[in-house]
Design a protein around this ligand. Structure first.
Ligand SMILES: Cc1cc2nc3c(=O)[nH]c(=O)nc-3n(C[C@H](O)[C@H](O)[C@H](O)COP(=O)(O)OP(=O)(O)OC[C@H]3O[C@@H](n4cnc5c(N)ncnc54)[C@H](O)[C@@H]3O)c2cc1C
Length: 440
């Protein structure tokens, strides 16, 4: 079908939090491939259960972020984290660095000893060395390296560590010693207390609130062709637009794939960007309170999932009365997604093995969701590749933002902020401020 192009001053590709945030600021229409907005931060409603797309909580304590969400009409409730690690057949509180009491004695002694000697390791050049230098050899070898390999699907030797900032909890010596001797409850890290929407229907409430403030949202519009010379985008449904400025929030390597006039150096840069992929396996269970935990990490390789959460513990409306829910997250290679049926059974069996389900528990809902672009991998190529891509698109008035638009480990509030900052920048350009360039 060859329809004439709709002319737009600004168009936004992708209706996740970043795209919605950008539209909220500049009012431009959003073109979203899926039949609903929210991207990876949406929630799914299935037979009375609500499931987020992998665990989603608000980690930020920034008054600015909280008042922004309150202004959107969201009631974000503070919740004290109940999170654990399952290792050596024992549940201990998260994070492991400060909660080894309960684990085998030798492991506790070695963990503390390794922590004391961490400064003997040289300045790190990769994520694995960063772990040795910051938490010591035993913590790294027993927990974080196996967890990282399971989660990211690559060796931490291949990764850089500039993203670790507020993402990996850093303990004091006192906390490590106390945690090894007697305390099983030391709470550190940015989500020791978190916020979750009370409004109902899961974390997707945040995206739904943003949608109300955004411009026109065109669902079922998957961009399949971008010509940056003609400034035109074609969609799978046959629609076409022309634009002055394009805001991109879809994964940047997907954008390159559909760009007809991208030169070899741009394609080469995009091919260097790596991500992990996650299958979220959701189970609705006919039993109240199957667990009291919000989430549990599983570093050991013989368990199929790296993390589970229990949505029914985040808000009472997440499951029908008398029922509970569990979401298990399984990391996979994007080129070989696991078989769904087999995975359901593997996950159920592993949940029984770790004591979270009983063998005779009735599973009333089985649902799964694929996140092909889940967490971007920070490696030595990422920074230079992103610079090439941002510069090339920026010169063509395509501004890229959001988690995979910038290939960045953004949390939800940071993704919204990235979109809003871009939206404001675009608005200034629309209002004739020629000092605002598209790049960067
Ligand atoms: C498993 C998981 C757990 C997380 N947990 C937390 C948490 O606990 N707390 C927290 O704050 N953050 C969390 N995050 C991060 C948070 O979800 C993201 O930062 C945020 O949702 C990213 O929004 P975005 O708009 O940048 O990207 P996305 O949500 O990926 O949005 C991109 C949009 O583009 C659309 N799209 C793709 N291709 C096309 C195309 N060709 N044409 C048109 N549209 C297209 C997609 O459908 C999607 O809607 C988590 C993320 C993951 C993956």
């Amino acid at each position: 079908m060859n329809t004439s192009a709709e002319t737009l001053e600004v168009a936004i590709l992708g209706g996740g939090l970043a795209g919605l945030g950008a539209s909220m600021e500049c009012g431009a229409p959003v073109f979203e491939a899926a039949s609903r907005a929210g991207g990876v931060a949406a929630s799914d409603q299935v037979d009375g259960f609500s499931f987020d797309r992998g665990i989603h909580v608000l980690n930020s304590k920034s008054p600015k972020v909280l008042s922004f969400l309150a202004d959107l009409g969201l009631d974000m409730v503070p919740i004290t984290r109940v999170a654990q690690i399952y290792s050596h057949k024992v549940y201990t509180a998260y994070p492991f660095q400060v909660n080894t009491a309960g684990l085998p004695l030798r492991l506790r002694i070695n963990s503390v000893w390794g922590f004391f000697n961490r400064n003997k390791h040289p300045d790190p050049t990769n994520y694995e060395e960063w772990m040795y230098r910051n938490i010591g050899t035993t913590f790294a070898d027993t927990f974080l390296i196996p967890y990282s390999e399971k989660f990211w699907g690559v060796s931490p030797k291949e990764m850089t560590f500039e993203w670790t900032g507020n993402k990996v909890p850093m303990p004091s010596t006192l906390q490590v010693v106390r945690g090894a001797l007697w305390s099983r409850q030391t709470a550190i890290g940015s989500n020791a207390m978190f916020h979750y929407p009370k409004n109902g229907g899961g974390y997707g409430a945040v995206a739904r609130a943003l949608e109300k403030r955004a411009g026109d949202i065109r669902l079922n519009h998957r961009a399949v062709e971008l010509d940056t010379t003609a400034r035109q985008v074609t969609f799978e449904n046959g629609a076409r637009i022309s634009y002055d400025t394009l805001v991109n929030t879809i994964p940047i390597n997907e954008l390159v794939r559909i760009t007809t006039d991208a030169p070899d150096e741009v394609r080469e840069a995009a091919s260097k960007l790596r991500t992990n992929s996650i299958r979220v396996v959701n189970l609705g269970i006919r039993r109240a309170n199957v667990t009291d935990k919000h989430w549990v990490h599983f570093p050991e390789k013989d368990i199929s999932f790296f993390r589970i959460s229990s949505p029914s513990n985040f808000s009472p409306d997440m499951a029908p009365p008398g029922m509970s829910s569990i979401s298990a997250e399984v990391s996979y290679d994007r080129n070989s997604p696991p078989d769904s049926e087999e995975l359901f059974e593997t996950v159920r069996r592993d949940l029984v093995r770790v004591g979270l389900l009983r063998d005779d528990d009735e599973i009333v809902v089985r649902h799964s969701y694929d996140i092909p672009f889940a967490y971007c991998i920070y490696d030595r190529n990422r920074k230079a590749a992103m610079r090439t891509l941002k510069d090339w698109y920026g010169e063509r008035d395509v501004i890229t933002c959001g988690r995979f638009g910038l290939w960045t480990y953004f949390w939800s509030d940071e993704a919204i902020n990235s979109g809003r900052t871009t939206g404001r920048k675009v608005l200034k350009r629309m209002n004739g401020d020629s000092s605002v360039r598209a790049a960067g």
